[in-house]
Write a new protein. Structure first.
Length: 496
């Protein structure tokens, strides 16, 4: 009965939401720009770190996308892993510094931007320790059937303010927040919910929501400080009870997620390449593809997600044939994964045969992956031409192929010297098939081969293949690392 009377008395002394809002507004008019300045300064520091990370990634790997590709397939060197780990730790430190400096500027009215950054750095590790304790205790609460976790999330929402307002550290700061809310949980929860709903509504306003949310964030922090101080002023003195149970909860909250992480690594570790591959495939299929740079109207784009894709040819006209190929149909999780073909098109114009191979991924990713292996050469495809349209002459499209009659072929090979992806090249060699025997005729001149970011374009004069205008040409190709069948596409006749 006496406890209930004490709680009723303290609840009567609490300020209402309107009074807290007005008090935070007065503080905002005096301190808002300073707090925004601290947030912007912290953001600028983070941008510098990200810029340096991008610069280092460009120097080591040729770009972020290539670095991610190597990480997915376990091709990162020890030095690269150390560099990424150092940048990750540095980024985490500056994130904590940003939060610490912002909290210092919110709590202490006498701090400017520079002073807030100094105080934030001085109390960085103390704040990090408090955050670790709070998150661990709340996790332990959620492990106890969720409701205790929700309760503790509210009672410990103010755990950082005692550090900057009263100099309390560690568990003392955590319990100062907890016991200031104890007995007034519902009224505290209601005020926090209402102020957060206002923030969400502002953020959802079209066009200017992000700007309004940024300007409202300092007010949100000032409101929480005003609420904490009102709770502290009306709370009873902190009990001198032992803190053993709190340390026990913190320990459980730290150990259980760690054990779960170790278990996940042990269980899913061998399957991570496949998981990365599936995620990437779903992402590629979920977004429309478009080729950057100068458009090529005569070279159709890869079909959008949801459209029917097929390894069979699609007839565009008498002198233009296209094969579409779905994403993620390779059997290789290494270099072959990055040599996944999207489309192959063949076009006849001005006594020249134009071949265009469009890849699903940038060729730079394949160069980077190949440069980390001991094998320098990889073959994405071989294109076969039946110039006399007679299946009795020529040879087969590969040793295991059923179809024959091909007279010429183009052997397309990717070469990347070890640890030198920027020196990678694409070789296109011409060969002739006579009585089933392949005779190499030499590489095509450089002016007949063009390499883009995701495509390989080849121009072959008719006379090179013994072709004449008005005749027909049977064309097919083999995609290596193909999951289904032998990788041999359907034949198609092309009018010259």
């Amino acid at each position: 009965m006496e406890v209930s009377k004490r709680n009723a008395t303290t609840n009567n002394n609490l300020m209402g939401f309107r009074d807290l809002f007005l008090e935070a507004w007065e503080q905002y008019k005096r301190r808002g720009l300073t707090i925004v300045g601290v947030m912007l300064a912290s953001g600028l520091i983070m941008l510098i770190i990200l810029f340096l990370l991008g610069l280092v990634t460009k120097m080591l790997f040729g770009g972020v996308e290539q670095a991610v590709a190597q990480a997915q397939h376990g091709h990162l060197t020890g030095l690269a892993a150390i560099v990424f780990a150092l940048f990750f730790c540095l980024a985490m430190v500056f994130v904590l510094w940003s939060q610490s400096a912002t909290t210092a500027a919110v709590v202490d009215e006498g701090l400017g931007v520079i002073d807030a950054l100094k105080v934030g750095w001085q109390r960085l590790w103390a704040m990090g320790w408090i955050l670790l304790l709070v998150s661990s205790i709340v996790i332990a609460g959620f492990l106890l059937f969720i409701v205790p976790g929700i309760f503790l999330s509210v009672t410990m929402a103010f755990a950082l303010y005692p550090l900057y307002d009263e100099g309390l550290r560690g568990m003392d700061a955590v319990l100062a927040s907890h016991y200031s809310v104890k007995g007034r949980w519902w009224t505290t929860f209601g005020k926090l919910l209402l102020i957060w709903l206002i923030a969400v509504v502002l953020e959802l306003i079209p066009y200017i929501g992000q700007i309004l949310y940024l300007l409202f964030t300092p007010f949100l922090f000032l409101f929480m400080v005003a609420l904490y101080r009102n709770l502290k002023e009306t709370a009873h003195p902190l009990p001198s009870a032992a803190t053993g149970r709190w340390w026990l909860m913190a320990g459980v909250g730290m150990i259980v997620p760690l054990l779960g992480l170790v278990g996940a690594v042990v269980t899913l570790g061998p399957r991570l390449p496949m998981i990365f591959h599936q995620i990437e495939q779903q992402y590629q299929q979920a977004i429309p593809r478009s080729r950057p740079g100068r458009p090529h109207p005569s070279h159709p784009a890869v079909p959008r997600s949801g459209e029917r894709v097929s390894r069979g040819p699609v007839k565009v006209g008498n002198q233009h044939q296209v094969w579409h190929d779905p994403t993620g149909d390779t059997v290789d999780f290494g270099v072959g994964h990055w040599l996944d073909i999207a489309t192959v098109s063949v076009r006849a114009a001005a006594n020249t045969l134009h071949l265009d191979l469009q890849m699903h991924f940038p060729l730079a990713a394949a160069f980077n992956a190949a440069s980390t292996t001991s094998q320098p050469l990889y073959r994405p495809a071989v294109v076969y031409f039946d110039t006399d349209v007679d299946r009795r002459t020529g040879g087969r499209a590969g040793k295991k192929a059923v179809r024959s009659g091909y007279d010429y072929g183009l052997d397309i090979t990717l070469e990347a010297p070890r640890n030198a992806p920027r020196k990678g090249r694409i070789h296109v060699g011409l060969f002739r098939l006579e009585n089933g025997v392949r005779k190499f005729l030499g590489p095509l001149p450089d002016n007949q081969v063009h390499i883009g970011a995701r495509d390989i374009q080849v121009a072959i004069p008719y006379e090179t293949l013994g072709l004449r205008a008005g005749k027909k040409l049977r064309v097919s190709f083999v995609e290596f690392y193909q999951k289904q069948g032998s990788g041999l596409s359907k034949d198609k006749l092309l009018d010259l």
